[in-house]
Design a protein around this ligand. Sequence first.
Ligand code: NDP
Length: 468
Amino acid sequence: MPQYDFDLFTIGAGSGGVACSRRAGSHGARVAICEEDRVGGTCVLRGCVPKKLLVYGAHFRHDFEDSAGFGWSVPEPTFDWKKLQAAKDKELDRLNGVYKRLLRDSGVQLIEGRGRVVDPHTVEVAGQRYTAARILVATGSHPFLPEMPGIEYAITSDGALSLKELPRRVIIVGGGYIAVEFAGIFNALGVQVTLLIRGDTVLRGFDDDVRSFLTQEMRKKGIDIRSEVFVRDIEKRADGTRSVLSKMGDTLEAEAVLFATGRIPNTRGLGLEEVGVKLDARGAVVVDAGSRSSVESLYAVGDVTDRLNLTPVAIAEGRALAETLFHDNPLQLDHSGVPSAVFSQPPVATVGLSELQARELHGALDVYVSSFRPMKFTLGGRDERAMMKVIVERGTGRVLGFHMVGVDAPEIVQGLAVALKCGVTKQQLDSTVGIHPTAAEEFVTLRDKRPDPKEQAAEELGHEAAKK
Ligand code: NDP
């Protein structure tokens, strides 16, 4: 067996790369990790963490407004964007330090600089070559910007998280996770938000009830959602404002234009194709269920593989790989039943199948849907509702999907994700006692099935035939 400098060399110190490296180090492997930016990756530096801090910051506006109904008199609150940004940046510095310490404590050597694969066992960083028995590519993804005139005047989520001034108006293009999350943040901070989507409702791929309910709730909050809009170009005016022209000929103006139009894997310039690593049409590393690429000694986890682009998934993929390679404990992540949340206002959380997917895969279903005004908003007078949906396989009673839009949805659905993994049935939900008074108890008290669309149509046909 040839001697290598390391047992594992990881390129990219984000969630997946750090998780795999630390776990490998804890099992005694000699590990190095290289990073061209700060340690932490998208989630910690430019994604989940700073975004959630802004969501918390923005939410206070609603809390101040609602407090009057509970007897509070609060003088007109003022908001300082720069203060929030500074506090957020300080927290990111702290987390960057924590990540570095965690790597050190696991015996992982951090090498600063951009890594490039030279051959299946060699990585070059800043002119220095390192050999390793295995190489892990965990380089993440970056925002995708469609080509159009003036696209350089748009910002991405990276820019939105570090805006020096809070714009008076913002135009957001896209209707996915990032678009609806930033629409909620800016709207709550008093910015006039226009959201331009290509379809009718936001969040393509989610359950249709979730999509229409969230679209409606966002509109109620004053977000101007314009459907079936395709942007043609962007111009920068002399006063610095941007004007956005749609293909239908409408013009919109704002101080900032945010494109949240998806992300693409970071594989360019890494030398991957040169050593025989297969990439897909979007440039993602093609891997098997054990995260191995088409080159035996090269592996990849996280967004760079474009499987399920979520931080906890990247972490779980990374840990499973380290267990398999360095602890004689073969593990593969099950990518089904992974819960996810969108920190929109109100938030969304979901686990399992949408109604459409469930009908395609399982046939007859029983669907339970409930919509109500959470108790929190009764005295405060806020016109915000919550929606919960449970999708059940009719033959077995097994729950196939839980969906919620409303306050605390992500906190509630995490527990239900455990139940779904354990194969929970509707009967077991019914036999569970609720915690009162909560919104969550609705999930164990749902009784009324929504009429089955097929049965309803057949019944109507029957009535028609009887009339003839
Ligand atoms: P998404 O894939 O979620 O959404 C992309 C959106 O952009 C869609 O609405 C899509 O429209 C639209 N779009 C794509 N191309 C164009 C175009 N050329 N012109 C106009 N609109 C376009 O991407 P995001 O950027 O929101 O997020 C990237 C990923 O990051 C997510 O998929 C998720 O995996 C992850 N993420 C997770 C979060 C969480 O867990 N809370 C938070 C943020 C990100 P259409 O539907 O019509 O195709």
